[in-house]
Design a binder for this molecule. Sequence first.
Ligand SMILES: *[C@@H]1O[C@H](CO)[C@@H](O)[C@H](O)[C@H]1NC(C)=O
Ligand SMILES: *[C@@H]1O[C@H](CO)[C@@H](O)[C@H](O)[C@H]1NC(C)=O
Length: 534
Amino acid sequence: MALSILKAQIPFIKLLLLFLLGIGDGARILAPFFLPVKSHFMMTDAIIRELVKRGHEVTFITPLSLAKENLGPKYREILLPKYDTWADISAIMKIQSALDMIDMTKLTHMRLAQHIGIKSTDFALAHPEVQELIHAKDKEGKFDLLLVEQFYNEGALMLGYLYEIPVITIATFAYANYFSQVFGFVNPLAYVPNVFMASTDRMSLWERLENVLLSTAEDVVREVSYYPQQDAVIRKHFGLILPQVPTVKQLEQNISVILLNSYLPLTSPRPMTQNMISVGGLHILPTKSLPEHIGSYLDNAEHGAIYFSLGSQVRSADMPPEKLRIFLEVFASLKQRVLWKFEDDQLPNLPENVRAEKWLPQADILAHPNVKVFIAHGGLFGMQEAVYHAVPVLGLPFYFDQGINIKAGQAAGYAIELDYRTISKDLLSSALHELLTNPKYQANMDNASRIFRDRPLGAMDTAMYWINYVMEHRGAPHLVAAGVHLPWYQFYLLDVTAIIMAIILLPLLAFYAVSRKMKSMRGIRALEKEAKYE
Ligand SMILES: *[C@@H]1O[C@H](CO)[C@@H](O)[C@H](O)[C@H]1NC(C)=O
Ligand SMILES: *[C@@H]1O[C@H](CO)[C@@H](O)[C@H](O)[C@H]1NC(C)=O
């Protein structure tokens, strides 16, 4: 009797147990993000906020705190003291401000990114609270998913290995050619330019040559210098607790999904594996109303307005006086109003139609119908906002992917590029005039905007879908292409190529050998004949 009552209660008891264990009540996500580069967190923070909002428990390891947003009890933060990347970069490169990075070679740039990646990984893994996570006695069932940045911080993948949980990476930049090896597909260098090159998908012969050389150099540098350094950092922090420490390459083979900060038409079409998911623009929120003084300034711009910002890294305030003068004098000659993100208190000789502010709500400004041109450095997030809100761009690229982003805009006819180093009053004035008066830029931008917005599922919903998918399917190993497990000679079919070459070459060689033999035999016979007649 008692037994049958108990039996009847089983479904209820199961439910109760599930409830007590907290299953079905949101997952527990560990999110170590080590790289202290502010712009990258526009994407990361947006994802973290959304995960918490949807009831997941998130442990965020970050150099940039979200504490003052009061995300509630589901949010736990491990705040890393800030490793000063900029001091490091300026010391190595002997430069004064980010403006000077415009002269860096592509390879130097690549090495620099790797350098700050290694340093920030080492720095973060040594932090006491991260050490606590590493050395925790009972790791089983503590977390359901690891979310990490795909940017030279591969040491963080070790937390997924230790806690035995699936891994999703987030590429806050759009795309890198080395994804080929990491996700197991052969990347067509004929039309996919390296992110460090300012090229479109239509490359000249010389551009394709540069692309092959640069992408190969990147692969070789990763192989012989970068991976060994990152492996050494991993051994330093995990060697004592593990008999056998996996390598970065082994860890990378277990990445379930990568979320890419890209979407058409900002990134050109290209082959990707099924676990590479484009979610570009997920940081863009529904438009909010502008602060009163900015709102009325733009509302009353009867000839339209220009918005000018060089992003969070490059500071307008670092420009030398002769460059500032060019901008100020050209702006003074315009009918339009100009809103300038300028990081110092003082900007002398400000014309009447120019307003400078230290911080501006960029996306909401670009959403204002009176904003006609965006003067930008071409950072990915700003370009996405420009395309989303359909504002033509005057691009002044400085480094990294800024060149390639502006080139894409120029090719699509919604941007004009100027070189900051050679900018003059005439060049700036005629570029602005062209953007403000020739309607084709706005028309092209309207089309790009329609393409960028038209998706089966919104950017953030897509990211959330795949995060849940990976947990639902326990890491979803069925998504991972077999290419990640192949040795390089199989991956590039060099073994097959060798056989085909052999099949073609062997008969030729044989033929050559036989004909030489026959020739020399004929030669001998002729000699013998000659000898006879003498
Ligand atoms: C990769 O995943 C498999 C299956 O979950 C696991 O057994 C293995 O230890 C993981 N390896 C690494 C290096 O993460
Ligand atoms: C924009 O798209 C429309 C419809 O697809 C097309 O007819 C038009 O030519 C395009 N405009 C430009 C400037 O490309």
